[in-house]
Design a protein around this ligand. Structure first.
Ligand SMILES: NC(=O)c1ccc[n+]([C@@H]2O[C@H](COP(=O)([O-])OP(=O)(O)OC[C@H]3O[C@@H](n4cnc5c(N)ncnc54)[C@H](OP(=O)(O)O)[C@@H]3O)[C@@H](O)[C@H]2O)c1
Length: 322
């Protein structure tokens, strides 16, 4: 079977389309034919050697997807051959087939196609976690959402709006403004220099925002802090682009809450994953949450997908179609 592998870390050239042995499901595993694999920003960090350094070369890429179960190993009774499923955090998902723990699979309802399911897993579960568990957005709250036209940003904007919040989006170019507004953003700031705090405070009525969602690297950190109102919440989530470095707690605005959010710390069991996916798929099936697929590529186009994402020109979710 074909899969994307890398023999070393580095620029997009390290991503190779290779022939790999057909995976065989071991005990507790399922073999799945991948219909669509999600491209996440974290994959670019894996490619550059920021994460997964413990996985030997040749190293597979990709963490999420959707497809159909082909076979199951001993002891598997939660899924069966022929069933449509989706998953997240399974290394090696940029492939025609993958063997992965059956517990990591969730059933995909008939109302949701494979591409939408693959596109929704990482970013949808993350958006839901950020706006409900990490900071419970209340009606009337004002949120500042970075990279608001990206895969996560569009879904996060919609979940905040669902909960009655107002959204100020921040994007890097004018052409992303309409995309962020289509998802429900009330205001969109175009900025690449970290100069958005005064505008965010003005747009929030002079008080600052209740919550800022920032995974956009050191450039935005200080202005995100400056955008917060008294006792606001800073949801930080961007290990790929990096953090602000060591923080002196006494230099932070008093009484704010700040933390590194990741949905897996909240959705940490197979049962919780299924429950959260039922809610996510329900929103999608009822048209409450719209998943924008911004680009599809063949497996061989994985390096192009990474280049496009890193060029800051993409919107919505990018998918590989094996
Ligand atoms: N902690 C978690 O659990 C978690 C889960 C999912 C995603 N994330 C993080 O969320 C962010 C978005 O991820 P995604 O997968 O949904 O990707 P995405 O938003 O679809 O694409 C990445 C976005 O980051 C911005 N960007 C790209 N290169 C940049 C650079 N060099 N400097 C500054 N900004 C850059 C671009 O938005 P603009 O050009 O408009 O700024 C781009 O749209 C990433 O930081 C990712 O690591 C974290």
């Amino acid at each position: 079977m074909k899969a994307i592998v890398m023999h070393r870390v580095g620029a997009i050239e390290v991503l190779e389309l290779a022939d790999r042995p057909d995976p065989v499901p071991g005990p507790g595993q399922a073999l799945v034919e991948v219909a669509a694999a999600g491209v996440n920003f974290m994959d670019t960090g894996v490619r550059r050697g920021q994460f997964w350094t413990e996985i030997p070369f040749p190293r597979g890429l990709g963490v999420e997807g959707a497809g159909r179960v082909l076979a199951v190993g001993d002891g598997v009774n939660n899924v069966q051959p022929g069933q449509r499923v989706a998953w997240v955090y399974a290394p090696g998902s940029y492939a025609e087939r993958i063997a992965l723990p059956a517990d990591a699979l969730v059933p995909v309802p008939d109302a949701i196609d494979d591409r939408t399911a693959a596109a929704a897993m990482m970013q949808g579960l993350t958006a839901s976690h950020f706006a409900t568990n990490f900071y419970s957005v209340q009606p009337g709250d004002v949120a500042l959402v970075h990279a608001a036209a990206g895969g996560l940003g569009l879904l996060l904007t919609q979940v905040i709006k669902l909960r009655g919040g107002r959204v100020i989006g921040r994007v890097s170019s004018e052409d992303k403004v309409v995309v962020a507004k289509d998802a429900g953003a009330d205001h969109v700031i175009v900025d690449t220099e970290g100069q958005f705090a005064m505008e965010a405070v003005r747009l929030s009525g002079g008080e600052g925002v209740h919550v800022v969602y920032d995974g956009s690297g050191p450039m935005t950190f200080q202005a995100s802090l400056d955008s917060l109102r008294r006792c606001g919440t800073f949801c930080w989530y961007g290990p790929v682009l990096g953090g602000p470095g060591a923080l002196d707690i006494m230099s932070l605005p008093r009484s704010i809450k700040i933390g590194y959010a990741s949905f897996v710390d909240h959705v940490h069991t197979p049962a919780l994953l299924r429950t959260h996916c039922v809610q996510l798929f329900d929103w999608i099936a009822h048209g409450v949450l719209k998943v924008r697929i911004g680009g599809t590529y063949p497996l061989a186009g994985a390096s192009r997908a990474h280049a496009d994402m890193e060029s800051r020109t993409t919107t919505g979710k990018l998918l590989l179609i094996p």
